[in-house]
Design a protein around this ligand. Structure first.
Ligand SMILES: *Cc1c(COP(=O)(O)O)cnc(C)c1O
Length: 363
């Protein structure tokens, strides 16, 4: 038998979350963000379950090609654009939509021998200071794009740095103002909002919104849980107890002997470690569910195993199911203990963890 750890991917929850995004986005169209293997959920699995999306976004050109070859016909946006002439040839061949965020890309576009037209998203840096042209540079970039006969539709975009924090509305407003000052001069479609802005700032919705994390059922807002937002977790990572140790008082557990028992105690060894993507920094006290009951991790996370406190757990035995995050145990809670965010835990899920896809029919 193979190791008992797996990630269950609930496509019913995924579709539910898409409906929530649609409801908030109202008339804006949805670009479903599938970067990082759909936040660790499986690129093609997620894309084919979200057939009603208006467009998709990825980072790697290979991922875009895989989507096209799987029959995805909607626009596919490359969020960092292209890196070479060869990429441009693929963009043309597969009719991909590319972000343009710096001068090199403009130059490559101008000198390329594109035969068919392509669509582009011109990225404006309004305060995130990562990718994009300043509004002043944007004027020039836009002129160049407009004069390029191989460019078809141009959409203007920007990205918010602080949409997740309700106390930072001023910063969102400032970015929005800078963007509007620029975009207001042109009758071009616009795209600004990530999940947090979709849920929190309707004024940012414009023509295209770009939901990511919310579709996977985690909260993008620092002050609200996913369930408060009506989102359902798509990924549930679970495993089993593979050994039980009956310890006396003053015994130590795991590498470094970091946890010491105060009194006699039963502990469970779970087949899940940092090589599966569980965060090594999760300290003693991080929650897990055993047989549906909440308990805590004790001691250090190993490469392939972790240890849990069975003191108050009823009927714990070898083979008892353990949920690491997902249904009944929000990933945000685990992330907080480990000093990280749900995004990182999703993306870190190892390829050695098998996924099981759940749809309406076999639920
Ligand atoms: C990742 C990403 C998104 C989606 O962000 P979420 O917080 O996951 O909704 C949107 N736009 C861009 C440019 C991104 O890189």
């Amino acid at each position: 038998m193979s190791r008992p750890i797996h990630a269950r991917i609930d496509l019913v929850a995924l579709q539910h979350n898409l409906c929530i995004a649609r409801k908030h986005a109202q008339n804006a169209r949805l670009i479903v963000v599938l970067k990082a293997n759909a936040y660790g959920h499986g690129l093609l699995n997620i894309a084919s379950a979200l057939k009603t999306a208006d467009a998709f976004a990825v980072l790697e050109i290979d991922a875009a090609v895989r989507l096209r070859e799987a029959g995805i016909y909607q626009p596919i946006l490359l969020l960092e654009g292209f890196f070479s002439e060869a990429d441009l040839a693929i963009i043309r061949q597969y009719q991909l939509t590319t972000v343009i965020h710096h001068h090199e890309q403009l130059a490559m576009l101008s000198s390329s021998k594109l035969e068919t037209k392509i669509n582009v998203f011109l990225k404006i840096n309004t305060g995130m200071n990562r990718l994009g042209f300043t509004p002043e540079e944007g004027l020039v970039a836009l002129k160049i794009l407009k004069n390029n006969p191989r460019i078809d539709q141009i959409t203007l975009m920007t990205h918010f740095a602080c949409a997740d924090d309700p106390f930072k509305e001023d910063e969102v407003n400032q970015q929005l103002k800078r963007f509007d000052l620029f975009a207001g001069k042109y009758p071009l479609p616009c795209s600004l909002a990530n999940s947090a802005a979709i849920l929190q700032y309707p004024k940012t919705h414009a023509d295209w919104v770009r939901p990511g994390i919310m579709l996977y059922g985690a909260s993008p807002l620092i002050d609200k849980t996913a369930s408060e937002l009506g989102l359902r977790p798509v990924m549930t990572v679970s495993s089993k107890i593979i050994a039980i140790q009956h310890l006396a008082a003053k015994e130590k557990v795991g590498y470094g002997g970091q946890f010491q028992t105060e009194q006699p105690m039963n502990i469970g060894i779970v087949a899940c470690g940092y090589a599966d993507g569980y965060p090594r920094h999760a300290p003693t006290g991080t929650p897990v569910l055993v047989n549906g009951q909440r308990t805590r991790i004790i001691g250090r996370i190993s490469m392939d195993m972790l240890t849990i406190d069975l003191t108050s757990i009823k009927n714990a035995s070898i083979g008892s199911p353990v949920i690491l995050w997902g249904n009944e145990l929000p990933i945000e809670e685990v992330a907080k203990f480990a000093g990280t965010i749900s995004y990182e835990l999703f993306c870190a899920l190892s390829s050695r963890v098998k996924t099981i896809t759940v749809t309406n029919e076999n639920q």
